[in-house]
Design a protein around this ligand. Sequence first.
Ligand code: KG4
Ligand code: ZN
Length: 339
Amino acid sequence: MNVLGIETSCDETGLALYETGSGGLRQRLYSQIERHREYGGVVPELASRDHVAKAAPMLRELLEEAGGSAAIDGIVYTRGPGLMGALMVGASLARGLAWALDKPLLGVHHMEGHLLAPMLSQDAPEFPFVALLVSGGHTMLVDVEAVGRYRILGESLDDAVGEAFDKTAKLLGLPYPGGPELAALAATVEDSPLRFPRPMVDRPGLAFSFSGLKTFALNTMQKLAPLDQRKRAEIAHAFERAVVDTLRIKCERALQQTGRQRLVVAGGVGANRRLRQTLGEMASARGWKLHFPPLEYCTDNGAMIAYAGSQRLLAGQRDDGVYDVRPRWSLEELPPLPA
Ligand code: KG4
Ligand code: ZN
C-alpha cells in the first residue's frame, strides 16, 4: 500500500509517499526557518501562508516522480497537535485529494509520528519501549506497548526542552532556532565553572520543568556582565549540561519504573550530541538498548506521518467523513490498533 503523508503542523512542509510492503520512501521537505528567523520564533499566520504556497507544488513534484496520483492508495495528514491555521492547510489538501481520488483518509497525531519515526531506521526498535519525546513544542516520556498503546509517564509542566534551548539561546544573542546554535557554542569550551540547577530531580515522579533554567541563565548573565565570548560559551555549556543531565535522570527513572529494556529518543532535540552521548553511556552501563532515529527523521517531516498513518490504514482505520484539526490533542486519546 502506497500512503501519502502530509505534515504542516508547524514550520515544516513535509510530504512523503511510503510503501508499506517494501518500506520504500520518497519525500519532500521544506523548512520555513529562514522566514521566521527575523521574528525570533514561528509566526503562525506566516506559517499557514507559506504552507499554502509550498504544499501543492511540492505534491505535484512528488507525484511526478512517483508516476502520478494513481500511485496513491491512501492519504494521511497531521490532524494535531499544532498551529490551527497551519494544520488546516495540510488537512484541506489531504481532504480534497482523498475526495478527488476516492481514497481512504486518516488524520494522524503529530506526536505518534515522532514516536514511530524510529521505525523508519535500519535497526527499528521492537515493542515495548519507553520513548523520550523532545521537541520544540513537547517534552514527554511515554510508555509504548504497541502502536496506539501509549501511556504518558511524565511531561513538561511549562516550557518544552526545545523551547528552553531556543529561549536561552535568544538571551545569548543567538539566531532562531537556537537549540543547535547553543549546542555549537557550548561545544567551544571543554568545561564550565558554572553550575545550573537540575529542575525537579529531587522530587519523585517523571514530570519536567524547564522554564526556571532560562531565568537562571538570565540571572547568571546579568551577574557576569559584561560577557565575553568565553563566558557566553560557559553559560551555554552549563545550561546544556543541566538539561541533558535532567533528561538522563528522568529516562533512567522511567525505565526502572516500567521495567522496560529499551529507550527510544525522538523529536528535534534528539539531534543534540551531548544528549546522544550521555544517554548512550547510561544505556550501556545499564545494559539497555538505545535507539535514535536518523537525524532527518528527528525533526518534523512527512515520512513519520506517512508511516504512523499507514499502520492505522492497514488496520482498517479511516475517518473519511471527518474533516477537522485538533490543535490540542492528547496521545492517550488515540484508539489502539485492533489486536
Ligand atoms: O521536532 P522539532 O523539529 O519541531 C517540533 O515539533 O517542535 O524540534 C525543533 C526543536 C527546536 O526547539 C530546536 O532548537 C531543537 O529542536 N533542536 C536542538 C538541536 N537541534 C534541534 N536542540 C538542542 N540541540 C540540538 N542539536
Ligand atoms: Zn514535531
